[in-house]
Design a protein around this ligand. Structure first.
Ligand code: PLP
Length: 418
């Protein structure tokens, strides 16, 4: 095992992610070592990713696609190589299927404003689920209001699973679009997407997968899933903020209109109009986040060196360990599947009688960073019957010690409030 790498007694698991690669993990918070368990919100960045940003600005900074000078060619190569690397990472057949966006939210809005606006009319239906993040609800509500399409929500069961029977009952010949999360950002529930996508396809619907939590936590292969669209964010998978991805099947991208106009997305402009470039460039008006794309490629390298199957197994072992420890802790209610086979690296819970914000504040006093709130999932909160929950979420650099510090922090919460 490499020095400083994370290991766990549970199932003799190991992961080749070195905590020392993440400079911020050396910090102390309120006199305690940082225990960072807010990875579903954003992950910390390894030194290699931070250096990729610095290296870009120190060595290669220029605009892309617009000049023949050396720096511009280097910047363009970095940007386009990043696109190709991201395509390979998710099993996309071509780099032309990859549009760089600011993140998941922008990627979903792009599909809503381009594809959905052009294809939906009154009488059509969009199927979502109650466990969707607001980013995978509000863009569809906006487009539904414009087009007259209706939205149906697949229920979540008391165990925190997507109700498959209810989902199936919502699908019909009017369903044009199904948009589902790969992994719940609150409960960690991993949805059985392959079957659900093929069920939606049987009725002629197009499927968007929100991969914001799934892509950082497990191998995701768009060819195997056969989804039309996949959206995800760099900052939740060790890369910087401000860079994200929309994957789309190539023929679908080719049929879509851009939603932003400007430089870099046209072949010709005349007084009366303009002609678009081919996808994906047609959807990237203006100067893109070049340094962010280069750093995303470095984050992909980091994760690939570990192996996404290993990331998934590691997070499953930590989830199992944390669920067992939370079960032993008095006055803790855990939400969600409570099963590491269908739960990935995210655990929602509450300390009985303590508001999640108060609990999160007390945990911060001992350096434990968790989030308390509705986590942009108000429909799910309603289904769970609570206004807010605490959430602990893992990444590659977490280990059992982090779980133990969380449990110690929760004992402190209990002491303060009882
Ligand atoms: N979808 C899910 C499941 C998420 O967890 C998040 C962020 O928390 C988003 C979408 C939105 O991602 P971003 O804010 O990076 O656009």
């Amino acid at each position: 095992m490499p020095a400083g790498s994370c290991s766990s007694d549970v199932g003799a698991m190991e992961i080749n992610a070195n905590r020392a690669d993440f400079p911020i993990l050396q910090r102390e918070i309120n006199g305690h070592p940082l225990t960072y368990l807010d990875n579903a919100a954003t992950t910390q960045k390894p030194r290699s990713v931070i250096q990729a940003i610095t290296r870009f600005y120190e060595q290669h900074n220029a605009n892309v696609h617009r000049a023949v000078h050396t720096l511009s060619e280097e910047a363009t190569a970095l940007y386009e190589d990043a696109r190709a690397k991201v395509a390979r990472f998710i099993g996309a057949p071509s780099a032309r299927c990859i549009v760089f966006t600011r993140g998941t939210t922008e990627a979903i809005n792009l599909v809503a404003q381009s594809w959905a606006r052009a294809h939906l009319t009154a009488g059509n239906e969009i199927v979502l689920s109650e466990m969707e993040h607001h980013s995978n609800i509000v863009p569809w509500q906006m487009v539904a209001r414009e087009t007259g399409a209706a939205i149906r929500y697949a229920r979540v069961t008391p165990r925190g699973l997507l109700d498959r029977k209810h989902f199936s009952s919502l699908l019909n010949k009017n369903t044009r679009l199904v948009a589902l999360t790969h992994t719940s950002n609150v409960l960690g529930t991993v949805n059985p997407l392959r079957d659900m996508i093929s069920e939606a396809h049987d009725l002629g619907a197009v499927v968007l997968v929100d991969g914001a939590q799934g892509v950082p936590r497990a191998p995701v292969d768009v060819a195997a899933l056969d989804c039309e669209f996949l959206a995800f964010s760099g900052h939740k998978m060790l890369a910087p903020t401000g860079i994200g991805v929309l994957y789309a099947k190539e023929h679908i991208l080719a049929s879509m209109e851009p939603v932003q106009g400007g430089g870099g997305m046209i072949t010709r402009v005349e007084e009366a109009g303009a002609e678009w470039m081919e996808p994906p460039w047609r959807f990237e008006a203006g100067t893109p986040n070049i340094a962010g794309a280069a750093a995303l490629a470095t984050a992909v390298d980091y994760l690939t060196a570990i192996g996404m199957a290993e990331v998934q197994a590691w997070e499953a072992s930590l989830t199992e360990y944390a669920l067992a420890a939370l079960d032993q802790a008095p006055g803790i209610t855990v939400f969600g599947p409570r099963d590491s086979l269908i739960q990935s690296g995210v655990i929602a819970f509450n300390a009985d009688g303590v508001h999640p914000h108060d609990a999160a504040q007390i945990l911060d006093e001992v350096g434990v960073a968790v989030r308390g709130g509705h986590h942009c999932c108000q429909l799910l909160m309603r289904r769970l019957g609570v206004p807010a929950v605490l959430r602990a979420s893992f990444s590659v650099y977490n280990d059992q010690g982090d779980v133990e510090r969380l449990i110690g922090g929760l004992e402190r919460v209990a002491r303060v409030f009882r």
